[in-house]
Design a protein around this ligand. Structure first.
Ligand code: ADP
Length: 495
């Protein structure tokens, strides 16, 4: 029998805000609501609704894009001095910190992740805002030597109206990877957060108003695939940045192609964790465990394929079991929880289906840790052993706390296994041998390689994928190219 979790554990201000949302008070002119249809936003840790929200129809999406276009052409933001844009972004970061507790609870309830993980995410949001605030007035072009009597230079201006379609696993950080550089360089913006976790984006829209982002520059639309599709197909966008599944990424790319809209896509992954026998076992076990169990494995860079040197396989798996048995899978606001639920019942059922299929194909399944008896969509950390590296569990993204195991006997074999999927987002290498990490990193096809660490993000570090994991880079200096347009200006200086 499941124990119901009381809504009383939700702090009063958050409860009031959620109630207001369900009455249609979205709190900011930056959020463009629809009129009739609504959708429920669930707490995946209780399998019950937190609130309900209006769906933004195609017409509303059109209004959002027009608002953004009007604001862009009107110049209230793009022609604002870069110093002032910096000030506004810094203010936004301050407001995120002022409302840190509130935002962390909202993000935890909406995604199901333990509150401590949500706090880490909200801290990251403020860090990303400050990082791009600093770039606002530091981007410039080049002067170019030509063989003619010409003065030639490049300048960098905003791209225009940028759209973001974002997922539910890191709702506000992933939105910020796009919104912070877009604002820093003078773009206007339309965002559609995931229908599974849209709450922090709605709250953030309010902070944008308070920080002094001019009207029409930031617009939020709500809803699921149909709203996203209406946005991706809008002919008046200059750019779409998407993070989500490879399947949806392809649909967005197809829609964008019809209007020649630029896209950057950060898609799925099936990232390898290559562990050499020379590695520090305690460190590699913890790194591999955190690399897959964090956010219940619902992470695009989840290190979901353990590729371990054969001589240490048994010892490594024993240590992984010992480490993982300390996990408690439960509600986001239950202080015992070190892992939250799966985001939805559909996704939980999909994962169970994959695990059942693996067993019927001969896998040994090991499920570790303890699980809460409340009615959430829980899945314990799971190791799949005994299947070949060509099996679908090694090839397809599962998006849950599930890791496959394969072994190697030489460095070349490890590299071959690491590269043996269609994805190329991230990889981990655990080694105690000098030079080996960088040598292997050069041979792994992926956007990021972590050596003796895993899942380390910072606004200074460019992030993105290759192969079926997408293209384009976010964060770091790379985002300057993603959110500015290079213009060449040439003047005849002959008499
Ligand atoms: P996930 O499986 O991680 O939820 P999706 O790719 O389905 O990933 O969703 C990521 C984002 O894309 C969400 O905001 C979702 O609403 C949106 N989305 C889903 N289908 C479409 C579509 N056909 N066109 C545009 N956006 C979509």
């Amino acid at each position: 029998m499941n124990t119901p979790i009381s809504s009383a554990i939700v702090p009063g201000p958050v409860r009031n805000w959620l109630e207001n949302l369900s009455k249609g008070n979205l709190g900011s002119i930056n959020v463009l609501a629809g009129e009739s249809e609504t959708f429920d936003v669930m707490d995946p840790g209780t399998a019950s609704p937190l609130t309900s929200l209006p769906v933004s129809s195609e017409e509303v999406v059109g209004t959002a894009v027009r608002n953004a276009r009007r604001a862009f052409e009107g110049g209230s933001w793009r022609n604002e001095s870069p110093d002032q844009r910096e000030r506004v972004l810094l203010k936004l970061a301050d407001l995120v910190e002022r409302d840190f507790q509130f935002l962390s609870v909202v993000e935890a309830l909406d995604t199901g992740k333990p509150l401590e993980e949500a706090k880490f995410d909200i801290e990251e949001v403020a860090t990303v805002l400050r990082y791009y605030a600093g770039w606002s007035n530091k981007v410039s072009g080049q002067t170019i030597a030509t063989p003619f009597e010409l003065s030639a230079m490049t300048i960098k201006g905003p791209v225009g109206v940028c759209a973001a379609i974002t997922p539910w696993n890191y709702p506000l950080p992933i939105l910020m990877y796009k919104l912070a550089p877009a604002l820093a360089f003078g773009n206007s913006f339309v965002a559609k957060p995931s229908e599974l976790a849209p709450l922090s984006a709605i709250y953030f829209a309010q902070l944008c108003e308070e920080a002094g982002v001019p009207e029409g520059v930031v617009n939020i639309v709500l809803g699921a695939g149909a709203t996203g599709s209406a946005l991706a197909s809008n002919p008046d966008l200059d750019k779409i940045a998407f993070t989500g599944s490879s399947r949806t990424g392809q649909a967005i790319m197809t829609a964008a192609a019809k209007n020649t809209t630029k896209v950057t896509l950060e898609l799925g992954g099936k990232s390898p964790q290559v562990v050499f026998a020379s590695s520090n076992l305690a460190k590699s076990v913890e790194g591999v465990a955190r690399g897959i169990w964090t956010n219940a494995g619902q992470v695009c860079v989840a290190g979901s394929r353990l590729i371990v040197e054969k001589s240490i396989k048994t010892e490594f798996l024993n240590e992984l079991e010992r480490f993982t048995n300390s996990y408690f899978v439960g509600h986001s606001l239950d202080s015992r929880s070190t892992m939250g639920p799966i985001i939805s019942m559909a996704q939980q059922e999909k994962i169970r289906g994959v695990l059942d299929g693996a067993v019927s194909d001969g896998a040994e399944l090991h499920e570790y840790g303890r699980v809460s008896d409340v009615a959430g969509f829980f899945q314990r950390p799971t190791v799949i052993d005994g299947l070949s590296s060509s099996h679908s569990t090694h090839q397809e993204e599962i998006f849950g706390p599930v890791i496959t195991v394969s072994t190697f006997e030489s460095e070349a074999e490890a590299i071959e296994l690491a590269n043996s999927t269609r994805y190329g987002l991230a990889a981990g290498i655990w080694t105690g041998q000098a030079g080996q990490g960088h040598r292997v990193a050069k041979s792994i096809t992926s956007g990021t390689v972590w050596i003796n660490t895993y899942g380390t993000f910072h606004p200074t570090l460019p992030f993105g994928g290759t192969k079926s994991s997408g293209f384009g880079r976010e964060l770091g200096e790379s985002a300057i190219d993603a959110y500015t347009e290079l213009k060449t200006v040439v003047e005849d200086i002959s008499e």
